[in-house]
Design a protein around this ligand. Structure first.
Ligand code: M6R
Length: 606
């Protein structure tokens, strides 16, 4: 996720483009840049770091330019650096391009363009766009952009300025958002509505495949080479809610982004034959084949994703897989050597304990894979191979989409390792097929938030909660309980259901709701016995069960029905209503959801 901005009009473009960039900083913040048209030239200013760094640079730059574009980056291809910051220029300095999305065939295009003599300055996928525009340009920028998008596969929102097209911005979109704000004698471009709202409330939303030409007094939208009508609409929301795309909190927005980001995580990692292949892992093939054991370390939610990863990989690979809290790992003299494959999991890539665990693993001779969201973060750089989760920036302190994309990578890793080691091939093929259905299954859960909202409304008086499950369901219970406690400030405890009778059963009373996860047919009978133990002590059991599980339905007090996939993949679905439950309860209790008390998004101290 990156942010794009633009302005064409009579005012100076730079202050407006910069102001818009600040409003989009939540979409990405590892580098930023602007391109300005002035006196027949294209001027580019860009800098690694937050927008503040670019601000210092532009304050020293004299300009009267009235046409400009801007970009704030969330790295995907290529680490954060000055060179990888947008805008990207062609070889002749005539065309500047900003882009949000992923050009999937960029390697192929890059090779073709290099053969034609184009010189690349960055590692980004975006730079192929500026060179393609240069290559295809025959005097008409609009036609050139139309030809360019025919050659690229993937997602893009792009904007081009050129000294060959004065007072014009040409833009295109496919699967990445782009809006045009319609002013009086001026036009504004942005990835999201909040960035145009201080200037105009009349907005035009581009559709996939659209190309638009923005000029001071006119916007023309084209589709398939022909002009089309895109009726503008009036924005009536306030600015704060627009930034959250109309959601009340970032957490809810991020919960709802899950179908799309899980799709992004899987994209390009399952080949046409339906086999998982993670290209980044090719250099580790020998280590993967020869590993006698796998060791995972992480903190918090990422640790919970590791718990699911452990169970999954053990089932697929039949080698011991250990999971450790990163804060404990290095203090127990871990048994790690050259025959160990290490995995660390981290959204931020900066968690101090996880970084220390990674160094400990490497120091003992293991090869280490990092499952990480932030490109170019310390953990991504220090691991032997980073496998990115592609969740985009997560703003809410409580992880939601980071967790489910970590799970998606855990599954991909397990399936990839099994393929490399030539084990469980039939099961691998079947699970890969099912994994591809997950984004759609998650999408169906999004439409059922009202059911969870109703359950939450019955719980506002409660102060203690238990989350119970067995196997994978226990791993998800840990995450469900963490979500609840961090944003509601209520006490919640996750327990392996079979352990309740060894002590915690003493805490069960009608006042303590018990969230029961039952998503394994294999373990159902056992769970039913455990639920009955709770009921016999007056416990109120809320079941999160498989669709069609009438047996468990009879013993619980209320039921949320989950779509059915293989039990190994159920965690990525069953966690979603638990995230929503925590959210609705925290909202009903009036908590500070996106920034809960005492917590920080990234914990860089031990
Ligand atoms: O950035 P990381 O994934 O390394 O962060 C680890 C934990 O601090 C994090 O998962 C934390 O538990 C979550 N924000 C909880 O929702």
């Amino acid at each position: 996720m990156c942010g794009i901005t633009g302005y064409v009009g009579k005012r100076q473009s730079l202050p407006i483009v910069m102001d818009q960039l600040k409003r989009l900083e939540y979409r990405g913040y590892d580098s930023s840049g602007v391109a300005l048209l002035e006196n027949g030239s294209v001027h580019v200013l860009k800098s690694v770091g937050k927008i503040r760094a670019l601000q210092d640079m532009v304050e020293r730059f004299e300009t009267q330019s009235t046409t400009g574009i801007g970009h704030t980056r969330w790295a995907t291809h290529g680490a954060p650096s000055d060179a990888n910051a947008h805008p990207h220029m062609d070889c002749t300095g005539r065309f500047a391009v900003v882009h949000n999305g992923i050009i999937e065939n960029y390697l192929e295009l890059r090779e073709e363009l290099q053969m034609l003599g184009h010189q690349f300055k960055s590692e980004t996928d975006t730079e192929v766009l500026s060179h393609l525009v240069e290559e295809l340009y025959e005097g008409d920028l609009v036609q050139t952009v139309e030809e360019t998008i025919k050659k690229v596969h993937g997602s893009y929102a792009m904007a081009v300025v050129s000294n060959q097209a004065k007072n014009r911005i040409v833009v295109a979109r496919n699967q990445s958002p782009l809006v045009i704000g319609l002013g009086d004698g001026e036009m504004f471009l942005a990835s999201d509505i909040p960035a145009v709202m201080p200037y105009t409330r009349r907005v035009l939303l581009l559709e996939d495949g659209d190309v638009a030409i923005m000029e001071r007094d006119h916007v023309e939208v084209r589709h398939g080479g022909k002009a089309v009508e895109r009726p503008p609409f009036e924005v009536t929301w306030d600015e704060g809610s627009a930034e959250k795309a109309g959601y009340e909190h970032f957490m809810l927005k991020e919960i709802h982004e899950q179908p799309q980001v899980i799709r992004n995580t899987l994209r390009g990692r399952i080949d046409d034959e339906g086999t998982v292949h993670i290209r980044e892992l090719e250099p580790l093939e020998e280590a993967i084949r020869g590993a006698k054991r796998v060791v995972i370390a992480a903190c918090g939610t990422a640790y919970h994703a590791g718990c699911v990863g452990k169970l999954f990989m053990e089932r697929m690979l039949r080698v011991p897989v250990e999971i450790d809290l990163a804060s404990e790992f290095r203090y127990r003299e871990p048994i790690v050597d050259e025959e160990t494959l290490g995995i660390v999991v981290s959204q931020s890539g900066e968690t101090a304990d996880t970084l220390a665990a990674l160094r400990e693993m490497k120091g003992r001779g293991a090869k280490v894979v990092a499952v990480v969201n932030v490109v170019g973060s310390s953990i991504a750089r220090e691991a032997d191979v980073p496998v990115y989760t592609w969740a985009g920036p997560e703003i809410c302190v409580a992880s939601t989409k980071a967790y489910t994309t970590q799970l998606a990578v855990m599954y991909l890793l397990g399936l990839h390792f099994a393929n490399v080691r030539g084990v469980a091939l039939e099961e691998t093929a079947r699970l890969t097929k099912e994994l591809e259905t997950i984004p759609d299954c998650v999408a169906t859960l999004m439409e059922r938030d009202d059911e969870v909202e109703r359950i939450a409304a019955t719980l506002t008086e409660k102060e203690d909660f238990f989350f119970l499950g067995r196997g994978m369901d226990f791993a998800v219970s840990l995450e469900g309980a963490l979500k609840l406690k961090e944003i509601t400030y209520l006490h919640a405890e996750a327990y392996a259901a079979g352990e309740m009778k060894h002590g915690p059963l003493a805490l069960i009373s009608p006042d303590v709701p018990v969230i029961c996860l039952v998503t394994s047919e294999r373990l159902r009978e056992k769970m039913i016995s455990n639920i009955k133990e709770m009921k016999a002590r007056g416990g109120c059991c809320l079941g999160f069960l498989l669709e069609g599980d009438l047996q468990t339905e009879q013993v619980v007090d209320s039921t949320f029905r989950l779509p059915v996939v293989d039990e190994l993949l159920m965690p990525i679905l069953s966690v979603v209503p638990l995230q929503m439950l925590a959210y609705f309860l925290a909202r009903d209790l009036g908590r500070e959801i996106d920034q809960p008390r005492n917590l920080a998004k990234s914990v860089t101290v031990e």
